[in-house]
Design a binder for this molecule. Sequence first.
Ligand SMILES: CC(=O)N[C@H]1[C@@H](OP(=O)(O)OP(=O)(O)OC[C@H]2O[C@@H](n3ccc(=O)[nH]c3=O)[C@H](O)[C@@H]2O)O[C@H](CO)[C@@H](O)[C@@H]1O[C@H](C)C(=O)N[C@@H](C)C(=O)N[C@H](CCC(=O)O)C(=O)O
Ligand SMILES: Nc1ncnc2c1ncn2[C@@H]1O[C@H](COP(=O)(O)OP(=O)(O)OP(=O)(O)O)[C@@H](O)[C@H]1O
Ligand SMILES: N[C@H](CCC[C@H](N)C(=O)O)C(=O)O
Ligand SMILES: [Mg+2]
Length: 485
Amino acid sequence: MFLDKMLEKLEYTCLQGDVHISITELVYDSRKAGKGHVFVCITGAISDGHAYIQEVVEKGVVAIVVEKDVPMPKNVTVIRVENTRQALAYMSAAYFENPAERLITIGITGTKGKTTTSYMIKTFLENTGKKVGLIGTIETIIGDKVIPANNTTPESYILQKTFAQMVEAGCECVVMEASSQGLMLHRMDGFTFDYGIFTNLEPDHIGENEHKDFDDYLSCKSKLFRQCKVGLVNIDDSHAERILQGHTCEVETYGFSEKADIRATDVKLVHRPGYLGIAYRVEGLMNFDVDMNIPGKFNVYNSLCAIALCRHFEVETTKIQKALHSVRVKGRVELVPVSDQYSVMIDYAHNAMSLQSLLTTLREYNPKRLICLFGCGGNRSRSRRFEMGEISSNMADLTVVTSDNPRFEEPQDIINDIIEGVKKGPGKYVEIIDRKEAIRYCIDNAREGDVIVIAGKGHEDYQEIKGVKYHMDDRELVKDILAER
Ligand SMILES: CC(=O)N[C@H]1[C@@H](OP(=O)(O)OP(=O)(O)OC[C@H]2O[C@@H](n3ccc(=O)[nH]c3=O)[C@H](O)[C@@H]2O)O[C@H](CO)[C@@H](O)[C@@H]1O[C@H](C)C(=O)N[C@@H](C)C(=O)N[C@H](CCC(=O)O)C(=O)O
Ligand SMILES: Nc1ncnc2c1ncn2[C@@H]1O[C@H](COP(=O)(O)OP(=O)(O)OP(=O)(O)O)[C@@H](O)[C@H]1O
Ligand SMILES: N[C@H](CCC[C@H](N)C(=O)O)C(=O)O
Ligand SMILES: [Mg+2]
């Protein structure tokens, strides 16, 4: 492909050389650069692509794209843009021949519920015979191919490449999570979503390398509604109006509010031994009953917005009802069969909002005791630790503080932060740094009627320590502990 074709939709200045040159590959990592490539210099969180110009020129790169002043390398085209991440997105879309235009694209943003909703939508749409690709926190699914995820929303080049592979695999639709960082870092620039979904908003992802404050977080999420054709918005969320500020899409609303286009009413918790579920009625633009065998009031929101979306695809009501009865998402309110006497649940709640909503909804099922085990990730928003500690202390009968992914921090330091939060509330707590031993403690001390929540790691099958991911899966830990008893 010619460089000028890749730059077509971008504003740029050619500082040196010719733009009508043939390019063999688009790269943004010097380690992958080679002859005939164009290299886009990204200013990253850890390193700066502009520092590798000499290296890539020696490897035979014919053009570079920069956003900073750099010494001019010889015999190479140099393109200057305002923002190289944005340039990478536009160039990637062009390089893969705008695959998003050949897919129905559905993007979901919000603090919580994105992953759950995306699987519900995929399941519903597949019931109409459509082939649906998925991109999110757990994995990317392209037809029969499943690739574990690195990021919830991948870098633009990977995203566009994935879209192209989906088109190739015969997918008609793609449902994806649009993370706030993904929106902030221009990973989804260069195409328009057919549908944008807003689940909810609470402060999160605020801190070093993440968002500078709540306004920035909110404004990144709102970007989706200037980049989609139809927006489906949770009208009950107090931030809905701000999320829609400056929107350019058609808007449809869902929620419990009388004003919502699609409403949930008559919510009933379903509690049978070894079974926690929820039932409700859909009203407004659609009318039917729903009975789900996954728990949690928040799953009313998740399923309601998936239903609202499916209305646009004319999915038959009976198919939605059937799909909802069987839908399950790995590591999201996932019940592990352990005992008839008590319940063990693996969940991905790893911030204040999710833990609060999780524990609130589990309380409603009237467990004898609610036991909450969790740790917090290192090198992530520190405020999560104090907040989660306090919430658990206020809402659980017993909090078991342990390790999550410490990354480059000391596990004990993270635990100390959590305990500072726990101490603000009235709850009892124990501290067991080793995650397996902490789970063992919960199981050894379980009593009839208890609900034990193992929170924070959900689908993850690793524990990340100092840059290395060691195999660890909460499901396997539970199984091993039971076998060792
Ligand atoms: C902190 C952060 O956001 N890191 C992400 C980011 O890294 P970065 O671009 O800052 O990379 P960097 O290492 O500083 O390097 C800068 C540039 O120099 C280049 N480089 C680097 C070294 C070298 O030798 N040569 C070279 O050319 C790199 O290729 C890059 O282009 O860009 C990478 C590629 O897109 C991401 O994989 C990586 O995500 C890491 C894994 C991450 O954990 N990110 C989190 C914060 C994140 O994005 N989370 C959101 C939301 C999660 C959710 O709540 O669901 C997500 O969407 O995943
Ligand atoms: N609509 C919701 N509102 C509040 N909490 C929710 C909602 N849906 C799920 N949760 C809680 O949040 C956790 C994460 O849910 P899910 O993975 O669907 O959200 P997400 O938006 O994809 O999160 P992440 O950004 O971490 O990937 C669940 O395990 C559950 O505890
Ligand atoms: N996508 C989230 C995942 C956090 C999950 C938790 N287990 C942790 O490691 O902090 C993040 O990167 O902030
Ligand atoms: Mg997710």
